[in-house]
Design a protein around this ligand. Structure first.
Ligand SMILES: [Zn+2]
Length: 435
């Protein structure tokens, strides 16, 4: 049987798992390499880099908050296939501060993501949109009030830590939601998260029970401002400390950790009504911003995403010819014939998303060949460029009366025509098999 004195001695062990600064940097570097390696199995290095940037900003937010509120032994590390985390020890951290720390992860990412999305709309750099979507979605997801996501940690600190029964119900619901999501999305990661949450819920339940027991014992007495639980209280709850754990697994270290958690529950003040209202308002605001940002940028992404479809049509001579049609957000924007090598060959047309014709002309073996007509917004020919094997050789504009054409001298060709030479043949974006 372990005595209260032994537990107290364990609590007062100095320098518990202190790591040096160099070890922390090494952990971050190695875990980052492992995260990259894991990510590159199924994603491009640009996607993994975008994700790493989003995660670093997220964890940096938590880190700044934890540093500011005096957490010790702070470490940032990546978890391959999962994400990243900051760990740290806290001794005297109030519910308000925990709530702020949990919000500081997602908040910068939501704002930076939305900012990047707007910069994208101006600059049209695809990586900016990818960053915006990743940042807003990942941080928005983390704001969901599901324990142990950041939003769940926040709700736990501000609302549900007030009553152990409510806390347990909240966490059981989280386990059910995470399990449902894992099955719905066939996600192993979410499945593991659900299982870990189940274990946390069980442990939290026992801690809550022991805390209630200790409150009964203390019976309204003043809570001493000590870092650890005074030994007489450890003595009093000793019979309950090992609850829910097989006898042979009850070790001094385990009891010390439970004592620490129970003392935290007793000694840390829960947020006042006023600060709870303020914190909740901030949380709801940022959550709505995250959802709105996600919807807008996913919509932009959908509107810009293109899908190429290959069909076959029968020519007048009775031959089957492959045709590629490209759709942007369900609007057909181009149609071109393909040869047996998947190169553009034959007539092709391109339209705007509103169905207004942009250009038409012929390809030969992947190169523009012959006259290409370019149209203005009214559907009238704006100019005609004649190509030979992908090189522009003639630029013509219609006469004012609409009949006949005027040749434009090569030194007066617009930039777009001058630089329209092809370096390589063009073909379908779809993996192509000839027929
Ligand atoms: Zn977080």
């Amino acid at each position: 049987m372990i005595s209260a004195a032994e537990v107290e001695a364990e609590l007062n062990q100095p320098g518990r798992s202190k790591r040096t600064h160099d070890q922390n940097i090494l952990l971050l570097a190695l875990s980052l390499v492992a995260f990259y390696a894991a990510g590159l199995i199924s994603a491009t290095w640009i996607s993994v880099t975008v994700l790493v940037a989003v995660l670093l900003i997220h964890e940096a937010g938590h880190w700044v908050g934890m540093k500011y509120f005096g957490y010790s032994d702070l470490r940032v590390f990546f978890i391959p296939f999962f994400g990243a985390a900051v760990s740290g020890n806290e001794t005297k951290v109030s519910g308000e501060r925990r709530a702020v720390v949990s919000l500081l992860g997602p908040v910068p990412g939501v704002f930076i993501g939305i900012g990047c999305g707007f910069i994208y709309l101006k600059w049209r750099q695809p990586v900016l949109l990818q960053f915006a979507i990743t940042s807003v979605l990942l941080n928005g997801f983390n704001l969901l009030p599901i324990y142990p996501l950041d939003g769940g940690q926040f709700m736990q600190a501000v609302v549900f830590s007030r009553h152990p029964f409510v806390e347990t119900v909240f966490k059981v619901v989280a386990v059910l939601i995470l399990t449902g999501l894992a099955l719905q999305l066939s996600s192993i990661q979410l499945g593991i998260l659900a299982f870990v949450t189940l274990l946390l819920t069980r442990e939290g339940y026992f801690q809550g029970r022991i805390t209630r027991r200790l409150r009964d014992i203390m019976n309204g007495r003043q809570i001493p401002e000590t870092e650890h639980m005074p030994v007489e209280y450890i003595e009093a709850i000793l019979p309950d400390l090992g609850a829910g754990v097989p006898e042979k697994k009850v070790k001094v270290k385990f009891l010390a950790n439970r004592t620490r958690s129970v003392w935290r529950r007793i000694a840390q003040p829960i947020p006042s009504f006023r600060s709870s209202v303020v914190l909740l308002a901030v949380y709801v605001g940022i959550f709505i911003l995250g959802i709105a940002g996600s919807i807008v940028f996913l919509g932009v992404n959908k509107a810009l995403s293109e899908k190429a479809v290959i069909t076959h049509e029968i020519t007048f001579e009775g031959q089957s010819v492959a045709v590629e049609e490209i759709y942007r957000n369900q609007h057909k924007i181009s149609r071109a014939h393909l040869n047996d090598h998947g190169l553009y060959d034959g007539f092709s047309t391109a339209w705007t998303m509103k169905g207004i014709k942009l250009e038409d002309g012929s390809w030969h073996n992947g190169y523009r060949d012959g006259p290409w007509h370019y149209y203005n917004a009214d559907g009238m020919v704006a100019y005609i460029v004649t190509f030979e094997n992908g090189r522009p050789v003639k630029d013509q504009i219609p006469q004012d009366d609409g009949y006949g054409l005027i040749d434009v001298p090569p030194d007066q060709w617009p930039f777009s025509v001058k630089h329209s030479s092809q370096n390589s043949p063009q073909g379908t974006k779809v993996k192509f098999q000839g027929n």
